[in-house]
Write a new protein. Structure first.
Length: 600
């Protein structure tokens, strides 16, 4: 069964405010759909100005569009294929609007005017935090790291939540002090809404701070959620817990003291609700080592566990013990919904050590409720173990409609254990392996699965330690791509492209073709070479990629300027994709996947 997103959902109510923001979206849209405006952008190309805008879940079937420069209509007939247009020969600075029409009749809800940029990207100014010195006399500075997005103020457009990493951030396996983690929120014009300082009792590194940005209480404005500690300062300057407590040991680890979970107001950064973090660290050695590596491996996500509203997912551990906890934030209060613990009497040793360096969220049994995919195991929407297949821990994970010809969703995973399968494709509902690559006797550290080649239906899969490119049946069909990292919807076709470091390539059977080399930017997270964020945050259904500039004074947002005749509702209005953007910053970042296959 092929899952596809509709090109324009027919809904009972189609009311739009000025500026193109759907009114009463909660009544007209399925759960998990952000209430978005048109997202109209205008980028500079060699031929003129390229315009791109969103098709919304609230648009009626058959909607078309007119494009205006000032008061002049540019298209001779309403645009019905694709939501993009090139104004050939137009000047920089021209002002544009887009008007939806149905059967030739204007719906009187033109997108708010946008001004043509002078480049094929836009810059968001950001403010570098001041550096400092750790207790052992080591100086540190800051660089922009992972980001997420949410509509923090309810205006129908996204704001950016950005994590700043100190130059002395550490992997859990490395001793040493770190500077504090800083979290900022920015509007796309560079206006900073607030700044959080997580304080000395939250260590900096890829595995410590997994932040979620989502509208959890249903008020149309996203909250920001993360693990906090004594000394965390919220966006209004208020300290959580003790302002003087310092639980760092002589090796820089934080292995004692209280741990909290805090929900912050997306507009102000004010701490709205704080609870004790569950599960607490307890005895450090019970997590697999005594010095503080495995006890502080955290994951996070967002899931519609009841099918109606989102819950916060916070997790601790995956090398040995794995604990996954669901929280609700409603009516100003945090409430724990359930706890899954691999050490509980209802589970057993089969659930130990099955987690990945990331998770995924998906409705794998088509009941409208989400499950948590946690590596070689999955947890049902009610917190009970769903399946475990024993293949153990790994470093890369992809969940989506990878084999469109079969019912349901699939998982592609690579394994770290030298006696485990090198890589495998499995049914996301049962964990049953569909095909696999035999053990390589090594740590297979990277792997990707997505439709990158039109010559083979469905997703192609590949990994760093296995030669070749594999089709949906597990057959080697030829040359492995040049990178094993992110994938992105970029050009005009239904396949994804390769995103690695600061460039985008098109896969080819003989060689890859460079489509974009970003200018004056850096990737993040060392050899992982990931962007700050990849997501469909502007324009049509194709994705943006955000990198910090090399001097860390701006976030540079690149959007495609390739035309396409493919019409799709904004990917951010597919619930599984929107949840994937929320968990993208978690631990070893992975690209988001929608619940459907565009290419089939």
């Amino acid at each position: 069964m092929r899952r596809k997103i509709l090109c324009g959902l027919s809904v009972a109510v189609f009311l739009l405010t000025a500026g193109g923001v759907p009114a009463a979206a909660s009544a007209a849209s399925p759960p998990g759909v952000d209430n978005l405006d048109r997202g109209l952008i205008s980028l500079r190309t060699t031929g003129g100005n390229f315009l791109s805008w969103r098709l919304l879940a609230t648009d009626p079937a058959g909607v078309a569009f007119n494009v205006y420069r000032g008061s002049t209509k540019l298209n001779s007939a309403p645009i019905t294929k694709g939501t993009n247009f090139t104004d050939t020969g137009a000047p920089v600075g021209a002002s544009y609007t887009v008007e939806p029409v149905l059967d030739g009749v204007s719906l009187k809800a033109a997108a708010a005017p946008t001004v043509a940029l002078a480049a094929a990207y836009q810059d968001v100014p950001i403010q570098i935090p001041a550096g400092g010195t750790t207790p052992d006399g080591v100086a540190y500075t800051y660089s922009a790291n992972d980001a997420s997005v949410g509509d923090l103020d309810g205006d129908g457009s996204y704001e950016i939540v950005l994590k700043w990493d100190p130059s002395n951030s550490k992997d859990n396996s490395q001793s040493g002090y770190t500077g504090p983690v800083i979290i900022d929120a920015y509007k796309l014009n560079g206006s900073r809404l607030w700044r959080l300082n997580l304080g000395k009792n939250i260590r900096a590194g890829a595995h410590y701070t997994q932040f979620q940005v989502f509208d959890y209480d249903g008020d149309g404005k996203a909250e920001v959620v993360m693990k906090t500690a004594d000394g965390t300062v919220d966006g209004t300057g208020v300290v959580i817990g003790s302002s003087t407590a310092d639980y760092r040991n002589s090796s820089g680890y934080v292995l004692s003291g209280p741990e909290y979970l805090t929900v912050f107001n997306g507009q102000t950064g004010k701490a709205m609700a704080t609870a004790d973090y569950v599960v607490p660290r307890g005895t450090v050695s019970s997590w697999g080592d005594s010095y503080g590596n495995r006890v502080d491996r955290f994951l996070a996500g967002t899931a519609y566990l009841n099918g109606s509203y989102p819950s916060i997912i916070m997790a601790r551990g995956y090398y040995t013990r794995s604990v996954i906890v669901a929280w609700d934030y409603r009516n100003g209060a945090l409430t724990r919904k359930w706890t899954f613990d691999s050490n509980s009497s209802t589970n057993g040793s089969a659930w130990t050590g099955q987690g990945n360096h990331q998770l995924s969220i998906a409705d794998v049994d088509s009941d409208g409720k989400d499950e948590i995919l946690y590596g070689a195991m999955a947890v049902d929407d009610n917190g009970a173990g769903l399946w475990v297949n024993g293949q153990g821990h790994g470093d890369a994970y992809h969940v989506g409609d990878l084999i469109p010809s079969r019912a349901g969703l699939e998982i592609f995973k690579v394994d770290e254990g030298t006696t485990k399968l090198a890589a495998w494709m499995a049914d996301a509902r049962t964990g049953a392996i569909i095909w696999s690559n035999a053990s390589c006797g090594c740590d297979n550290g990277r792997g990707v699965s997505d439709d990158i080649y039109a010559g083979s239906p469905g997703a192609e899969s590949w990994s760093s330690a296995v030669s070749g490119l594999f089709n949906t049946s597990g057959q080697n069909i030829g040359r492995k791509p040049s990178s094993t990292n992110f994938v992105i919807y970029w050009d005009g076709d239904a396949q994804r492209e390769l995103l690695d470091g600061t460039h985008i390539d098109k896969y080819g059977t003989s060689a890859d073709t460079r489509l974009l080399t970003a200018s004056d930017v850096h990737s993040n997270n060392g050899t992982k070479a990931t962007p700050s964020l990849q997501a469909d945050i502007l324009g049509d259904w194709r994705e943006e990629v955000i990198w910090p500039t090399t001097d860390n004074t701006r976030l540079r947002i690149y959007s495609t300027t390739d035309s396409t005749s493919i019409s799709h509702t904004s990917l951010m209005q597919d619930r599984m994709y929107r949840e994937a953007v929320a968990w993208q910053n978690t631990a070893y970042n992975q690209p988001p996947h929608p619940s459907f296959a565009i290419g089939g």
